[in-house]
Ligand binder design. Structure first.
Ligand SMILES: Nc1nc2c(ncn2[C@@H]2O[C@H](COP(=O)(O)OP(=O)(O)OP(=O)(O)O)[C@@H](O)[C@H]2O)c(=O)[nH]1
Ligand SMILES: [Mg+2]
Length: 460
């Protein structure tokens, strides 16, 4: 799967742009371009100092001018991939870029596979696997929170710590193996108390990482917020007000929304996924009943429920019992009293007894200030539930490897406490060591690497 030659790819997105960047990496990166690049300074490409930029022209084999370019060479191992690298900024025409790539291919380069630059960086130990994966996340990040987490992971994040703890486990594993070799002499090289302490420390770390995953994964896709309530409460109006567009149909006919409608919105750097649902009521209409079932299913999957009620028609007791009917553990619920423009302050006050049961906020979807205030409450709510988790796992592969490691560590710990024989302890310890190694890439297979890097874009 991994070629040894010099690879080439366009590093910028397809379509016309002011500039387009082409990247070559491999032993021949400089040699391939050298005959075709004429620096304005007169300096030969092969004489350029590492990281020196040179402006000049690029020509085809027949001398035809292709473009004026800016070129920069990096020498192994001081480059992104750890190999010789040439980066070429051309004008962003897709014709020019294709012609330059073809020129390189005719002169010995091979087309890069998806993610191959980053894969080479990993293989040349410029970064570990979790850092390499973070490169893809960083490119895909489209909100401040997702960007922060990806950047942190790319710069080492938790993988360094895991690597160190794994190394300590490895040391213990080899001491245990040594004991097995000397089993007749009944000696103990590995201090059981120290090993237990290390296991506890590791378990605590891993469990907090595992716990951060639900937050981490939603950072990428958006925190799911279900908007539910009785028909005509103003749920679709609220979705539209959040998005500031007429996404969902709004009408005074009860039962307007049948299917769930969703869209994402980034508020203060946090991505939310708002899901407007069909009004919940008993109905004879079979299509509407399907909509109600979907609404309840959405609430089940959501992290936050905005239960919307109409202040001009609802009663506090009815709201509380309706929420209780759909509430579940771990669901964060906000009761949202809508249509405040239709009620007096006194009418509004009677809803205050919802407060001891559920946090209560009032809005009118016709009053932008109240919608903005609600958005701030949502952001504060997310930030509140996630303070302290400064390191966040966003990657499903890491999550599953960490889970495997945690359960193997628990088994090892219990076996140690129960005084189970070394050989069995060693087996579980090895499972934990391998699982941790999968996170950092210390333990990886070609298949695993293939899967990970196939999801990259070409040129990365
Ligand atoms: N006065 C007033 N009317 C509102 C407000 N919000 C929504 N409405 C009106 O209430 C009616 C129902 O609004 P929708 O947003 O369609 O309600 P829904 O909860 O999505 O209803 P279903 O889809 O049928 O479940 C519409 O006529 C809206 O114009 C508000 O803040 N004040
Ligand atoms: Mg609706």
């Amino acid at each position: 799967m991994i070629s040894q030659g010099t690879i080439v790819a366009i590093a910028t997105p397809s379509g016309a742009g002011a500039l387009g960047i082409i990247r070559l990496s491999g032993p021949e990166a400089q040699q391939i371009l050298a005959p075709y690049f004429k620096a304005k300074s007169g300096k030969k490409l092969l004489d350029l100092a590492p990281k020196e930029t040179a402006f000049g022209t690029l020509q085809q084999e027949d001398g035809r001018l292709l473009d004026e370019v800016l070129l920069c060479c990096f020498n192994a191992p001081n480059s992104f991939t750890g190999e010789n690298v040439v980066e070429l900024s051309c004008h962003g025409s897709s014709y020019i870029l294709q012609e330059v790539v073809q020129l390189c291919l005719r002169n010995g380069a091979v087309p890069a596979q998806a993610g191959e630059f980053t894969l080479r960086a990993f293989l040349n130990k410029k970064m570990d696997l979790s850092q390499a994966e973070a490169v893809a996340d960083l490119i895909a990040s489209d909100s401040k929170a997702a960007h922060t987490v990806a950047l942190q992971q790319m710069r080492g994040g938790y993988s360094k710590e895991i690597q160190e703890l794994r190394q300590e486990l490895l040391n213990f594993a080899s001491l245990l193996a040594l004991e097995l070799d000397f089993s007749e002499e009944d000696v103990e090289f590995a201090d059981r108390k120290e090993l237990l302490e290390l296991l506890e420390q590791l378990l605590k770390k891993i469990e907090s990482l595992v716990a951060s995953f639900s937050y981490g994964s939603v950072l990428k896709t958006g925190i799911p917020v279900a908007i539910a309530g009785k028909p005509n409460a103003g749920k679709s109006s609220l979705l539209n007000a959040f998005l500031n567009e007429d996404k969902a149909i709004v009408s005074d006919i009860a039962g307007t929304t049948r299917d769930s409608i969703e869209d994402t919105l980034v508020i203060d750097g946090v991505r939310f996924r708002f899901i407007d649902t069909a009004g919940i009521r008993d109905t004879e209409d079979s299509i509407e009943a399907m909509g109600v079932a979907r609404a309840l299913a959405q609430v089940k999957k959501a992290q936050l429920l905005l239960y919307v009620f109409d202040c001009s028609t609802a009663s506090p007791d009815e709201v509380i019992s309706a929420i209780k009917a759909i509430d579940r553990p771990e669901l964060n619920v906000l009761a949202i009293g809508n249509k405040t423009d239709l009620v007096t302050a006194a009418q509004r006050a009677k809803f205050e007894n919802i407060q001891p049961n559920y946090p209560l906020h009032f809005i009118s979807t016709r009053d932008t200030a109240t919608i903005k205030a609600l958005q701030q409450i949502l952001v504060a709510d997310v930030k509140h539930t996630t303070t302290g988790t400064d390191i966040v796992v966003t990657n499903a592969r890491h999550y599953s490897a960490l889970n495997t490691a945690a359960s193997a560590i628990k088994t090892t710990r219990n076996s140690l406490i129960e005084g189970v024989s070394e050989d069995l302890v060693s087996v579980d310890l090895q499972v934990a060591i391998n699982a941790l190694g999968e996170v950092t890439g210390a333990f990886s297979t070609d298949e695993l690497l293939g899967n990970i890097f196939a999801n990259f874009c070409i040129g990365k």
